[in-house]
Ligand binder design. Structure first.
Ligand SMILES: N[C@@H](CCOP(=O)(O)O)C(=O)O
Length: 617
């Protein structure tokens, strides 16, 4: 494949060195010799990097050459968008560049160039540093502005300031210079992002930093603290979709299959990187702190440990899982177990960070959302930039629903997608302030005292990002749904029976999906994505309780308790006969009427067979 590509770009190179003003027909004939799609694609990739040729090539000719959709897209983008100034003078990549920056070359031309082997004494960070030397200054920028979508304000702050709220007390938002980003067309960004997936180049191997220009463009690659997060699996929920919901386009975005087992890694890499930068700028910061229901604290502790920065976490005592508690302990954070709930911890950390030079790492800090929004961009990318109809996100402190909105919105603004999916925020009925607000027609928001829920990470009654969430839902034709404890635990168990291993928060989102499917809001033919926020292995106790039927007032309909058997062949056989016949009966039950119609003669045979099993049992 590399050979095929290289012949495309090599031809383009030869043409370029032999003529400065390339007649369109010359290009046309030359390209017709390039037989494979890769060769032609490579050829256009090269043109993409060479404004001189692209600008001399008439539109019609390029369009004529475009024999495939992909090539067609590239050709039209060159003609419509590329100009010498947009490509050669400003280069997105120079924000601490590296080989996978889309500097003056595309992936294909990089592949065709002789491979540069990293010297043995150089690591990937050194390599990125070397390659960034002498690069032009970054042309993209981002700043804090107040999150006040309905008011115009001049107020703005540098991302290097330590500030979390505006003068009027509103949350902040990171605003990117979209005009600068728009100088590059959608095809350009798609190719750039695609070229970085699955690589080990610092820092672009990370799913978050592969979108660096859209996340934190001005940070030096050297300051980035990354554990190569993101790039998470988009799981096709084939059996769950088909058997439970009659859907064949149901997907689960596995954000929990990540370094610390939750989507929090996506935001934390950005926040801790910025703290690293601030510390190098000699800003007086003792460390970074957060209140947490268990996932944020795990992510903060891991990223701080990786960077050698002190982490301080405030946890509600006895309200988080053992697996979550042990993470910050193991990573060396200062862990404060407080006799209050999450909302109480949140109040305390806000007071403490106002008093001490400790940087606040909760999603109140808008930097976090810049990383989290990349999950939305990734979903679009994984669907080859086709937009799903629905995205269902569990909601507690409510930063993530806004982060998803931001990611989709940015893709739309920059032309990578043509619409925003409908967002659903799913809450546990025991912690449902957003749901109540939605049901009241967005009138009179009231914080509540959240009750205990198996979905402990979203057991929050006074969500910090309430305004952001409402904005996201109102601008995506969104919905809020809730799930009772029984609904969420049953949904988890049913999903697990089809091969998943879900956390209770994902259970909340799945239960919301089941309800919306049942009432016809989500149709069988819709493409839906459920965001799985954490790894099920962090919440094993709730699964053990469910499968042991040890939960008061919960029938645990799908429990599958282990069978205790004596160390004896006969006893083992007895159990197998009994259990397998039960399972066979259960499996055949829905088909019994069908079997009678289609195989009237055979039914007695099946019956005899089944009764043998039952008899043996
Ligand atoms: N579920 C969170 C609660 C804190 O939310 P954040 O968005 O402020 O990080 C957790 O895991 O702690």
């Amino acid at each position: 494949m590399i050979c095929a590509m290289s012949s495309g770009s090599a031809l383009a190179t030869r043409l370029m060195t032999t003529t400065t003003e390339l007649p369109a027909m010359h290009i046309s004939r030359s390209v017709s010799f390039l037989t494979s799609q890769q060769q032609q694609y490579s050829y256009y990739s090269f043109l993409h990097t060479c404004p001189r040729i692209a600008t001399f090539t008439p539109t019609k000719q390029l369009k004529l050459l475009a024999s495939t959709e992909r090539i067609s897209a590239m050709a039209s983008s060159h003609v419509e968008k590329l100009s010498p100034s947009s490509v050669s003078a400003e280069n997105p990549v120079e924000c601490g560049s590296s080989v996978h920056d889309a500097s003056s070359s595309s992936l294909e031309t990089q592949a065709s160039a002789s491979p540069k082997k990293r010297p043995a004494d150089e690591n990937i960070r050194d390599e990125a540093r070397r390659q960034g030397l002498g690069a032009p200054r970054c042309t993209f920028s981002a700043k804090y502005v107040p999150f006040s979508p309905f008011e115009d304000t001049e107020e703005e702050y540098s991302l290097d300031e330590i500030i979390y709220r505006s003068k009027t007390g509103a949350l902040l938002d990171v605003q990117h210079d979209l005009e600068a980003l728009k100088k590059y067309d959608a095809t350009y960004w798609k190719n750039l992002f695609d070229s970085r997936v699955g690589k080990t180049s610092w820092p672009y191997g990370s799913g978050v930093w592969s979108k660096k220009e859209w996340v934190l463009p001005q940070i030096d690659n050297d300051d980035i603290v990354s554990l190569f997060e993101g790039n998470s699996n988009l799981f096709w929920a084939e059996r769950f979709g088909k058997e439970m919901l009659q859907m064949n386009d149901l997907w689960v975005k596995q954000c929990g299959i990540s370094h610390t087992g939750s989507f929090k890694d996506l935001g934390m890499t950005v926040l801790v990187s910025q703290v690293n930068r601030l510390r190098r700028m000699k800003k007086p910061l003792l460390g970074v702190g957060c209140a947490s229901t268990g996932d944020t604290s795990a992510a903060l502790s891991a990223y701080c440990a990786a960077a050698g920065i002190p982490a301080i976490v405030f946890l509600p005592a006895n309200r988080i899982s053992i697996a979550q508690l042990v993470q910050p302990i193991a990573n060396g954070a200062l862990v404060l177990s407080l006799d209050t709930d999450f909302d109480g911890c949140m109040r305390l950390i806000r007071e403490v960070t106002a008093e001490l030079p400790i940087y606040l790492a909760n999603s109140l800090n808008s930097l976090r959302l810049e990383g989290q929004k990349t999950a939305a961009i990734e979903i679009c990318q994984q669907f080859d930039w086709e937009v799903p109809d629905w995205v269902i996100v569990p909601g507690g402190n409510l930063g993530n629903i806004y982060a998803f909105f931001k990611g989709f919105h940015m893709c739309k603004e920059l032309g990578l997608i043509d619409r925003i999916p409908r967002l659903v925020c799913a809450q546990a009925a025991n912690a449902n302030p957003l749901y109540l607000y939605y049901k009241a027609g967005w009138k009179n928001f009231k914080a509540i005292k959240a009750s205990n829920t198996f979905a402990s990470a979203i057991q929050i009654g006074d969500p910090v990002s309430i305004d952001r969430a409402v904005f996201a839902l109102q601008n995506s034709d969104g919905i809020v749904e809730e799930a009772t404890e029984e609904e969420l635990m049953d949904a988890c168990a049913q999903a697990d029976l089809t091969g998943m291993f879900t956390c209770p928060h994902t259970g909340v989102a799945l239960a919301a999906l089941i309800k919306l499917r049942k009432n016809g809001v989500i149709r069988a033919t819709d493409r839906a994505v459920v965001v799985s926020t954490a790894h099920g292995l962090k919440f094993t106790q709730s699964k053990i309780d469910y499968h042991s039927k040890a939960i008061a007032d919960l029938p645990c309909k799908f429990a599958n308790p282990p069978v205790q058997v004596a160390n004896d062949f006969g006893a083992v056989m007895d159990v197998l006969r009994r259990e397998l016949s039960l399972r066979l009966k259960a499996a055949l039950l829905p088909f019994q009427p069908l079997l009678f119609c289609v195989f009237p003669v055979r039914v007695p045979v099946i019956k005899v067979w089944m009764s043998w099993f039952c008899h043996c049992a």
